[in-house]
Design a protein around this ligand. Structure first.
Ligand SMILES: [Zn+2]
Length: 391
């Protein structure tokens, strides 16, 4: 048998199989065909990955890709190629009123696999200047449930941005949060709560959540954080993480503060998943891409294997897709990120302009989606050029 693609000599890190060693990876018909110490079979395209890392295609659990329909939206496919991100979760760009359009115009037309959370607000994130739930009449839990029922392969959960200037204060804020929870329960899915100047405290929020629900922006600064007044991570937050509440990074333009990430690391509190919250206002810094965000956790002392786990296996589990995503198991869809780990001095900037100097940077050298080497990412030419060169 002839393989379609052979990635040769890279260091394979696949936490789903507890693998970390140099192996060849072969792909045929869009699926992983073999992962072996040495594969001596001809392939249509061969990549020399010596000195590089070969990991499952990255999963970004927080992006905004409804371009031109929301001010935040960016194009999904370039993000995939440039960042090794083969699956991404759009977190609430669309609500019940515009989800069908998002599906038709973006999800169905992209090569990247895009899954989505449905915003509790029927209008999603269509406007920058007025919070989408500031008028309670936009809250549409029934519409969310109906949207998930109609699009079960794309709409996988519920999103609320629980900031006071978005959901309102006092009773209104709570009514909105409870509507979002109700929509998640009635749809049999899960809820992602964005925190940021929330009208309720973190312990009050996590008390309402179930295992599988998610807090995003977990290292944000500002008044409502995962820390109590004494600077310690709330006991309730630790207990929530232990019972299966997901704590997601969602770096964004205002949601990653070095001091908070460092304090959490010192206290042994790790996020469940690393995500970017990539959107139009941070893609040219300070977020840039997924590999840069991952490098920030290398700086914080998280071992490389766990950083890969937090961007492959764990988000796959959050999505209930660990059987076919975030893994290089033979027979699974061939979504692969070839990453370069570079040593040097790198300025790592948080959402407040505060910097740290990291000694390691990650960069996507190549991205493979369903067995196809993608144009637009990293050091390797794309598949057609390789074929023209007779490789
Ligand atoms: Zn976001």
């Amino acid at each position: 048998m002839r393989y379609d693609l052979l990635i040769r000599g890279g260091e394979v890190i696949d936490p789903s199989q507890n693998v970390r060693e140099v192996r060849d990876v072969a792909v045929v018909d869009g699926r992983i065909a073999a992962v072996e110490p040495r594969i001596d079979v001809e392939a249509r395209v061969t990549l020399d990955a010596r000195g590089l890392l070969v990991v499952p295609g990255l999963i970004d659990l927080h992006v905004h890709v409804y371009r031109d329909h929301t001010p935040w939206g960016v194009e999904p496919d370039p993000i995939m190629a440039a960042g090794g991100v083969t699956t991404m979760l759009d977190t609430g760009s669309a609500g019940s009123s515009n989800f069908a359009g998002f599906r038709r115009d973006v999800i169905d037309r992209s090569r990247a696999e895009i899954l989505a959370l449905v915003n509790l607000s029927s209008i999603g994130l269509t406007s920058f200047n007025v919070g989408e739930l500031f008028d309670r009449r936009y809250a549409d839990p029934r519409g969310v449930v109906e949207t998930i029922r109609r699009h079960p392969d794309a709409a996988v959960g519920v999103k609320i941005r629980a900031s006071e200037h978005i959901i309102g204060s006092g009773r209104q804020g709570w009514d909105n949060l409870r509507d979002a929870i109700r929509a998640a329960r009635e749809s049999g899915t899960w809820l992602m709560v964005h925190i940021g100047h929330t009208p309720m405290s973190l312990p009050e929020i996590v008390a309402e959540l179930q295992p599988g629900d998610c807090i995003t922006h977990c290292f944000r600064g500002g008044p409502q954080t995962i820390f109590a007044a004494d600077g310690r991570v709330f006991d309730e937050v630790r207990a929530a993480a232990e019972r299966g509440i997901v704590f997601d990074v969602g770096h964004g333009m205002g949601s990653f503060r070095w001091e908070n990430a460092e304090a959490a690391a010192e206290q042994g509190f790790e996020p469940t998943t690393i995500s970017t919250d990539l959107h139009a206002f941070n893609i040219e810094g300070p977020v840039w891409d997924m590999p840069t965000t991952m490098a920030k956790f290398l700086y914080l002392g998280v071992p490389l294997e766990r950083v890969i786990e937090m961007t492959t296996l764990r988000p796959a589990r959050v999505l209930g897709r660990s059987d076919d995503l975030g893994t290089l198991k033979v027979g699974t869809p061939a979504d692969i990120a070839v990453l370069e780990l570079i040593e040097g001095r790198f300025t790592l900037t948080d959402s407040h302009g505060t910097t740290r100097i990291g000694r390691q940077m990650l960069r996507a050298a190549a991205t493979v989606k369903r067995g196809r080497l993608l144009h637009g990412g990293g050091r390797f030419p794309f598949e057609r050029q390789l074929e023209a060169a007779g490789q």
